[in-house]
Structure formats: C-alpha cells, structure tokens
Write a protein that binds this ligand. Structure first.
Ligand code: FE2
Ligand code: FE2
Length: 305
C-alpha cells in the first residue's frame, strides 16, 4: 500500500545491511529449535494449569473475573492462549507472503535474501507449533472477524517496504512481551511455556530484521509517503491487536459472551498491560518518524499508547 516498490540502495547502506543479515544467519545457525522434538506433545493436558499468565487475561481485574472459580479462570486463560496462538498463525501467514514477495527475483547470494528465507522457515515451524498447541489446549479454530480476514488478504497482497516490515514488527513486539511473561510463569502449563520460549528466542532475530528494514526504507521517504505509510501501519496495528483474543473464547470457556465483552471493553487493567508492552515499539515508531497525528489516533484507540 506504500507508494514505490523499488527501494533505493545507497552505497553506504548495503554493506551494513549485509552485516546485519550475516549476524542473524549466524545466530540462527547457533540457536534454533525444532518444535516437533522440543515441545512435550505427549503428556496429556493438565487442567490444573493456566494457558497464560492470569494478569494477561482480557477479564483480569473485572468484576466478572472476581466471580469466576479458579477452574473457570484457568479454562479462560487456556482458551485465550489458544486464540492468541491462532491469531499468531493468521499473522505469520500474512508475513510469510509479504517477505516472500519482497525477496522475489532478488540476489540469492545476498545474505539478506538467505536470512529472509530463514525467517519464513521459522514462521512456518511456528505456525505448525501454534496449531498443535491450540489443539492440545482443546480449543476450536479461532479466526479473526470476517472484515479483519479480508483486510489482511488485501494487506498481504499489496503491502511493501516499511508498511510490510513495520506491521510485522508490531505483531512481533506485542506478542514478545506477553510471551516473555508466560514462559517464566509457573502457573502456565509447561508445554505452553516451551512454545513461548522458542518463539521469544527466534522472534528476537525477526524483530531486529524488521526494525532494520523499516529504518532503511524510511531513510529516503518523502513527506507524503511517510504520512501514508504511518497511517497504514497504524491501521494494521489496530486490526492485529484487536484481533488477538476472539470473542468466542468466553463461550468456549463456559462464560456469558455478552457480559464478558462488555466488561472487557472497560478493563483498564488490560489496557494498561497493552500500553506498557508497546512502549518500546512506540519509541521505535517515533524515532522512525512514523508516529504521525492520524496514526496516533489509531494507537490510542487500540490502547497501545
Ligand atoms: Fe513467529
Ligand atoms: Fe516473526
């Protein structure tokens, strides 16, 4: 959705770029995981555990939450974790297509090209891991709302340059903070902690690449392009973050959907969790000149700032 497709390559930018990609490839060679063997898929689900840190539940801190039994709370966070994983799959599919399109017919001897394919391979493994994880949490298929699915379809077909890479970064940063909490939390079921641990390690490289690409592509962006990109990225961020937890989790956890949705909407605790998890991201967007006034409106509406 951004204007140009051909990115200018300044002579100074290229070696540094190659450098980053080389380092990421080295790091990936040293520490990557195969979820098929690393995650405990065999042990049956122990319902004595949460699926996510309770503080991350969309209902934590509400009156409804205080009325739930511990068992209901655990079932809720398990459904919420499965929903976040399913949204993760949706987003990783968008991401893989955008990165693949970006690398189309580029120089395969370039470290950056090879890193991009490595990232796609990571995401492919992640999506299978999330799919198996959600199934083990006994969750049905959670899909984003219809309009979000269609918007995503357009975005993955059209987004280029900084719009693609900054949107990738938004999704990765938001997931990163919550998953860091869940992976350390002893109340969370062990196989979910392993999944989060794998994701956090491998995504830190993806975030480095996404930040780098966003910065590089913004370097020569004019005012109009910057305004347009900032706006599209903010809309993408809004759709991604508001799609994380499906409204269907409440019914599947045996709760009253209408009441849950009403209390979730006014849950100040959850909003502040989202805001604090996005502070680093907002600093980055500001430094990349992508926090324009219209963009800010969307970040505020999504409680990211
Ligand atoms: Fe991933
Ligand atoms: Fe990623």
């Amino acid at each position: 959705m951004a204007s140009s497709t051909v990115q200018p390559e300044t002579p100074a930018a290229r070696p540094q770029d190659e450098d980053v990609a080389e380092r990421l490839l080295d790091s990936s060679a040293q520490l990557s995981y195969d979820p098929v063997t690393e995650v405990d898929w065999e042990t049956p689900l122990d319902t004595g555990f949460h699926g996510a840190s309770p503080e991350w539940s969309t209902l934590y801190g509400t009156r409804y939450w205080s009325e739930l039994s511990e068992e209901q709370r655990r079932e809720l966070t398990r459904q919420e974790a499965a929903s976040v994983a399913s949204t993760g799959i949706w987003f990783e599919m968008i991401l893989q297509q955008m990165v693949l399109r970006d690398m189309y017919a580029k120089d395969p001897t370039d470290a950056k090209f090879q890193w991009a394919l490595t990232e796609i391979a990571d995401e492919c493994r992640h999506s299978i891991m999330f799919a198996r994880g959600a199934k083990k949490l006994r969750a049905p298929a959670y899909r984003p709302r219809r309009w979000a699915v269609e918007l995503g379809r357009a975005f993955k077909t059209l987004a280029v340059g900084e719009t693609a890479y900054a949107a990738i970064l938004v999704a990765e940063e938001v997931l990163d903070v919550m998953q860091r909490d869940w992976m350390r939390d002893e109340r969370v079921v062990p196989f979910v902690r392993t999944i989060n641990n794998i994701h956090v390690v491998e995504e830190s490289r993806h975030m480095k690449f996404a930040r780098d690409e966003t910065r590089e592509r913004m370097r020569n962006a004019g005012r109009l392009r910057r305004q347009l990109s900032a706006f599209v990225i903010a809309v993408a961020a809004y759709v991604i973050t508001t799609s994380m937890v499906s409204r269907d989790v409440y019914r599947n956890a045996g709760l009253d959907t209408e009441r849950a949705m009403a209390e979730r909407k006014h849950n100040e605790h959850h909003k502040s969790m989202m805001r604090s998890s996005c502070s680093g991201l907002m600093d980055f967007l500001a430094s990349s000149r992508l926090l324009t006034r219209p963009a800010l409106l969307f970040y505020k509406r999504a409680h990211l700032i």
